[in-house]
Design a protein around this ligand. Structure first.
Ligand code: ZN
Length: 425
């Protein structure tokens, strides 16, 4: 995953354009992604797909030709979506177009100007403070023209049409934790699922933030009733503790499953309530949609000093952190796959386990008392309304043990799966 992040790192991504398209092509080298284009000017909900932005270069030079700032060194140097410029400007005039971080004088900030025609540069405050000439030559070679917004979509059909949505944004340029970590972990999670016989169906979206999810929602309203669970993945490559931001509903199955998995791993983590700020979960969780989509992170956006700066680089994300994030997500998917609602075939009284060979089966297991308790809980609680996660939470028994007990009971024809109630949305 870290190697893949290294490969993606140099590309100058944005919400449209060649860098985004190249990124999707590289993801397609790992998983069979379908690439889609939505034409500039298309109305999507309250928004419009913007003109497509492409950038070739950008420089600030002294009048004697010495290059002070160069896009070729770091693609954060040109404000994302900056219009083109070729002019000689006074230092004072330039100051209105320069973004620095005086509190972090060695870092280059990441800035965007998606929806307003302006040009600008981002540079370290140290460089800016060393620039004392009266005039500079500024040049940005960029185009903003009708084109399209690109996104990638991968569907993995399961035995049931109900879907899990995994969404990652891929519109940030050379920034590692805030967006490459999500891209690489989602790609690897998709590879994990592609090789398996899944109960649920999965839909992966690799989209530019905000406008991408708004466009996808607007163009796929017919698919939304299938989405049973969803996760936005971002900032999953740093060494910080896990954070999970709940869906707008707060009590969706995905909220409980992620909390359950994080709690049983007994590593430090925090559950955050929903707020209408952050990543694409705020689009999926907007009124009228209110999909059960949470956001899975390590260090949340805006809480680490590297956030949206040149310090969010390949050294900030580690192979081990990416791997552990993937492990948690594989576990979450494992619980979703097995979290079924059952009803007793004959719902009255406790069935005789010995006659069905179940007592023996249970006794043969190492911790047979726990296994028997799990079976008794499953048989008692499977009334067509409670999921296996409900039973695990109520009994205090690990989910996988409850799910193993349910498989025994299913094999013995003591329980049958029940269609879940349609979701309120
Ligand atoms: Zn960001």
């Amino acid at each position: 995953m870290h190697d893949f992040a290294r490969e993606l790192f140099p590309l100058c991504r944005s919400i449209t354009g060649a860098g985004l398209r190249q990124t999707l092509q590289l993801i397609r080298g790992h998983v069979p992604l379908a690439l889609h284009e939505v034409a500039s000017g298309t109305s999507v909900l309250d928004w419009q797909i913007p003109a497509e932005w492409n950038v070739e270069g950008g420089r600030i030079e002294t009048l004697s030709g010495h290059v002070v700032v160069d896009f070729a060194d770091c693609n954060l140097h040109v404000v994302n979506y900056s219009c083109s410029v070729d002019a000689i400007v006074s230092r004072e005039e330039l100051s209105a177009h320069v973004h620095t971080l005086p509190g972090q004088p060695d870092l280059v900030p990441y800035r965007t100007a998606y929806y307003g025609q302006q040009w600008g540069f981002c540079l370290s405050d140290r460089v800016w403070e060393s620039m004392h000439d009266a005039q500079y030559r500024v040049r940005i070679d960029s185009t903003l023209a009708p084109g399209s917004l690109s996104y990638g979509e991968l569907t993995i059909a399961g035995r049931e049409p109900r879907e899990v949505l995994i969404s990652v944004h891929c519109c940030h340029p050379s920034l590692a934790n805030d967006n490459l970590s999500g891209i690489t972990v989602a790609t690897e999670l998709a590879r994990h699922l592609l090789g398996r016989d899944n109960r649920l169906s999965y839909r992966f979206l690799f989209i530019p933030a905000t406008i991408g999810s708004i466009a996808w929602l607007a163009l796929h309203e017919d698919l939304l009733p299938r989405i049973e669970h969803g996760l936005v993945l971002t900032c999953v490559g740093d060494a910080g503790p896990f954070h999970y931001k709940q869906s707008r509903r707060g009590d969706a199955a995905i909220d409980r499953v992620v909390a359950h998995v994080l709690a049983r791993r007994s590593s430090p983590h925090k559950i955050l309530p929903f707020s209408p700020y952050g990543y694409d979960e705020r689009q999926y969780c907007s009124p009228g949609y209110d999909l059960p989509v949470g956001c899975f992170m390590r260090s949340p956006n805006g809480t680490f000093r590297q956030y949206h700066t040149s310090a969010d680089n390949l050294d900030f994300i580690t192979p081990a952190a990416l791997e552990r994030s993937l492990d948690v997500l594989v576990e979450v998917v494992g619980v979703l796959e097995r979290n079924i609602v059952y009803a007793r075939v004959d719902g009255r009284g406790e069935p005789q386990l010995g006659r069905r060979g179940l007592y023996r089966a249970v006794s043969g297991q190492r911790e047979h008392e726990d296994a028997q308790m799990a079976l008794l809980w499953v048989l008692n609680q499977s009334d067509g309304g409670r999921s296996l996660l409900d039973i695990a939470e109520r009994s205090g028994i690990d989910f996988d043990r409850i799910a193993d007990a349910a498989e025994l009971a299913l094999t013995a024809d003591l329980i049958r799966p029940v269609e879940p109630k349609p979701s309120p949305a």
